[in-house]
Design a protein around this ligand. Structure first.
Ligand SMILES: Cc1cc2nc3c(=O)[nH]c(=O)nc-3n(C[C@H](O)[C@H](O)[C@H](O)COP(=O)(O)OP(=O)(O)OC[C@H]3O[C@@H](n4cnc5c(N)ncnc54)[C@H](O)[C@@H]3O)c2cc1C
Length: 824
């Protein structure tokens, strides 16, 4: 009987918490169980008294005035003392953008209908025509070796084409002459360009991302928009945006550059303006830019702006290149991917006050403008470039692994190479899913700031892994640079992507969880805002609601975490019953575990969690893994659930969810308070670590369809530049791959019936083909087919060589030609 009652109480409590039954209903249910126990349970009087006292305390929590006065109020006073001061810049960063699927993952109980009901992203007819027309044409005219080695710049006709066809105006509305593309279309353009040339895709990405056009669109005055946007759309103005300087890199809010409000002369008249002093570096497009978006700290010592303050903080303005005092034109050389990038500085540069983007009313709003922009820009530029690079590398490497033979076998059939190709294909699937689903959400009205940080970090890191594996698979072919090399520059550009728009170590350690824990958490921001509220009664009321909501949420996540871990989440609800059902269930489980662990970390470490970067990075990894796995599931749905892609979905989800588990484990192992860590471990891993990574056998099922012309191969690498034509290695590899399917049986015949029997003695394939044809082992048609195949394969496998002098970088007589030409 005792066991029955214990089970009833514990099971009942777990059920109530698991289902998130509200406090009032929970109290009634516990009361009813206690009445039954008192009547039939034969408990000792002291024990019954204890239980009823506990119940009384619980019942009192339902009396709001009582609990506010005696519980919430004292707690609020302590909370206010502990609440770290938040600077304006920190608050602005936190409030930027919207909370989307990231918020659902933070609840520990994600509502899948919110993700799955979103329409799959699609290109409009006009966007598709741009992809098939100008985008293809641009890829065809690009010679990456010429760009990266010979001229260290795009050739003039490519620059002109980019400007004329609107590549720099994808985000500018049509009424200003731009293309007004969706975020998804913008991303697809970058994917295609990145598969052809990292220099071109980086050049195109910047004006469409963080920079003057976007800032003007969101915050510019009508006059500024009408003046600049048509010029930017037509390519008459080339923009750059300068934030970073020698002293302020990652900590961009600490820029020492100043703009002092003063009177000065502008076009012959005395006006109120800004005297700017700045030193910037690493600025993309700066050497050729005609209009500079500049971030600086605004000071108004004489209060000329008419407000009661002198220090405004970060402000953004637009400065024409030819303004006296601006020093611009020199170039940096970013790792052999020579997109235009360089330093710029200014001494006592004077511009009228209207140069501030949005006019004087936007003085001091610069940081908010920049972080708001980041919520969209970071979901598009670098994730799309990483996706294009990953798709191209996977498309090339899987074909190469089939046509390149060693030990009389296609190298892709060796398990070691197969493992590398599996990782590449899986990572490509993940990044493609993440960028396409997230850009689709942007088109649906979201500005997802935490996913932007996750995408920036994980797409570029997965891109780095793909680039490494591609190099390993293709060996010397990838290493030796020259016109025939199609991997080297993509490999070299990886650290650039890792560093820009928030360097990755910082993004992982500080931004993902740092922003997510407050922004996406269902209660933390509400508690903070309530504690800062000036109206005391309102503050107490709102803090009380948030606090008790938070307590219920933490208890519920503990219960959900424990129950789902114990049952391997088998009874967790899923949106449908298909073959992906278990991944939904495991995401539900990890979501509860993550939410519980994060709450415990915040509760016990408070603001110190921000400094414990090992811990917050690990929790950020868990959140990211859940986010990316959700994107994979949605992508699979968006593509119409193709059964052939299930191995890729399985590999992606298993890899990500295993990572989530291992990072949670690492978090618990390193949590400083060992008692709390032990408690968390019981709740999170009551049966230990039960989730397994993808099996080795899965690799064969993934790689085999990719090493032949197949629908899966085309779907995975959709949207890259793979037109079969001379000069396009991706097209030529695909052509050779298609020939390999019919050539391989002929090669096998030569080997088995010719070489092994001693009838053929030649050591290489051309010789064997000739002998095979002469002894009748191959018909003349077959011999010709095999000769053709071998020629195409060797065209691909061969690398370039140079006379020694050719590789010596001489002093260029015409330094600065490019800059002069653009500015003219
Ligand atoms: C090719 C290129 C193009 C660029 N284009 C532009 C542009 O157009 N406009 C512009 O304004 N800027 C641009 N940048 C600047 C870019 O945004 C910065 O390089 C970046 O912010 C990092 O600054 P840093 O290189 O000075 O590195 P640092 O800030 O010195 O950082 C060095 C390392 O320390 C890590 N780190 C720093 N703080 C922390 C922390 N709190 N926790 C953990 N790790 C931390 C970083 O992650 C990084 O790994 C560009 C840079 C490059 C290289």
């Amino acid at each position: 009987m005792t066991a029955f009652w214990i089970l009833l109480f514990i099971g009942g409590l777990l059920y109530l918490a698991y289902r998130r039954v509200p406090l009032g209903a929970t109290t009634l249910a516990i009361g009813a169980a206690l009445v039954a126990y008192t009547a039939f349970g034969r408990g000792a009087p002291w024990w019954l008294a204890l239980l009823w006292t506990g119940f009384g305390a619980l019942a009192l929590l339902n009396a709001r005035p009582f609990r506010r006065r005696y519980l919430t109020k004292p707690f609020l006073m302590v909370y206010r003392r502990l609440l770290p001061a938040m600077s304006d810049t920190e608050r602005e960063a936190l409030e930027a953008g919207t909370v989307w699927w990231d918020g659902e993952l933070f609840t520990g109980h994600p509502d899948w209908s919110k993700l799955l009901s979103a329409k799959p992203p699609r290109l409009t007819a006009e966007e598709q025509a741009f992809m098939d027309g100008p985008c293809e044409e641009l890829c065809r005219m690009v010679d990456d070796w010429d760009i990266t080695h010979r001229r260290a710049d795009l050739p003039p006709h490519v620059w002109d084409f980019l400007k004329k066809k609107g590549f720099f105006a994808m985000i500018i509305p049509k009424k200003y002459g731009g293309l007004e593309f969706s975020a998804y279309a913008h991303s697809c353009v970058l994917v295609k360009l990145a598969s052809r040339s990292a220099t071109v895709s980086s050049t195109v990405a910047v004006p469409n991302s963080l920079g003057p056009a976007e800032l003007l669109l969101l915050y510019g005055t009508e006059e500024q928009k009408n003046h600049y946007l048509p010029r930017l759309a037509r390519g008459e103005d080339v923009p750059c945006f300068a934030l970073t300087g020698p002293r302020a890199g990652s900590d961009a809010a600490s820029i020492p550059d100043t703009g002092v409000v003063c009177r000065g002369t502008w076009e012959g008249r005395e006006v109120v303006g800004l005297r700017l002093n700045f030193s910037k570096r690493y600025i993309t497009l700066a050497p050729i830019a005609t209009i500079i978006g500049l971030a600086f700290r605004l000071q108004d010592p004489d209060r000329l702006l008419g407000r009661d303050k002198t220090d405004y903080g970060i402000t953004c303005a637009l400065i024409p290149r030819n303004t006296p005092g601006v020093v611009i034109g020199r170039r940096h050389f970013p790792l052999n991917v020579p997109f235009q990038n360089g330093p710029l500085s200014g001494k006592d540069v004077f511009v009228p006050i209207d140069a501030i983007i949005g006019g004087p009313k936007m003085a001091g709003q610069g940081w908010r403008m920049l972080v708001e922009q980041l919520s969209v820009g970071r979901c598009i530029s670098l994730p799309s470039n990483a996706t294009g690079g990953a798709k191209a590398a996977t498309y090339a490497s899987t074909a190469y692994a089939r046509i390149r033979r060693q030990f009389a076998q296609a190298i892709g059939r060796f398990e070691g190479v197969e493992a590398a190709l599996t990782r590449m294909a899986g990572a490509t699937y993940i990044v493609d899913a993440a960028r396409s689903v997230t850009t689709g959400a942007i088109d649906g009205g979201e500005r997802p700031s935490v996913p932007a940080a996750m995408l920036k970090y994980h797409c570029t890191e997965l891109g780095r892994k793909v680039a490494n594996d591609a190099m390993d698979v293709q060996g010397g072919k990838g290493i030796c640079l020259g016109p025939k090399n199609y991997l080297g520059r993509g490999y070299q550009v990886v650290p650039v992507a890792i560093t820009v728009e928030g360097a990755n170590i910082l993004t992982r350690s500080l931004m993902i969880l740092g922003q997510g824990a407050i922004r996406c958490h269902p209660y933390v921001l509400k508690e903070m805002n309530a504690a800062r509220e000036k109206d005391k009664a309102k503050s107490l009321r709102e803090f009380d609601a948030a606090l008790f909501g938070h307590v219920g949420y933490t208890l519920s996540n503990a219960a959900r975490s424990c129950v789902m871990a114990a049952t391997l989440a088998r009874f967790s609800r899923t949106p449908h019953d298909g073959p992906t059902r278990r991944y939904y269930q495991h995401i539900n489980k990890f979501s509860a575990q993550f939410a519980f662990a994060t709450d415990m970390a915040m509760l016990t470490l408070g603001g110190y969690l921000k400094q414990k970067e090992h811990l917050s990075a690990r929790l950020g990894d868990v959140l990211s893994a859940l986010y990316m796995a959700s994107m994979v599931l949605k992508h699979y749905e968006n593509q119409g659930r193709p059964e052939a892609d299930l191995p890729l979905v399985e590999w992606s989800c298993r890899t990500l969810l295993y990572e989530a588990q291992e990072q949670l484990h690492g978090f618990l192992r390193n949590f400083p308070n060992r008692w709390v860590a032990a408690l968390m471990r019981v709740v999170i891993f009551p049966r230990g670590r039960t989730y397994f990574a993808a099996s080795d056998r899965l690799g064969r099922r993934i790689v085999e369809p990719l090493m032949m012309p197949s629908a899966t191969r085309e779907r995975l690498c959709d949207g890259i530049y793979k037109t079969v034509e001379p000069g396009n290695p991706l097209g030529l590899l695909q052509e050779a791959l298609a020939l390999a399917v019919s050539a391989e049986p002929l090669e096998k015949r030569l080997r088995v019936e010719g070489v092994k029997t001693g009838r053929i003695t030649a050591l290489d394939l051309p010789g064997q083909i000739e002998q095979g044809a002469s002894i009748g082992l191959l018909t003349p048609v077959e011999a010709q087919q095999l000769r053709e195949y071998d020629r195409k394969v060797m065209d691909i496998v061969n690398v370039d060589d140079f006379a020694p002098g050719e590789l010596m970088a001489g002093v260029q007589a015409e330094t600065g030609t490019s800059a002069r030409r653009h500015i003219a």
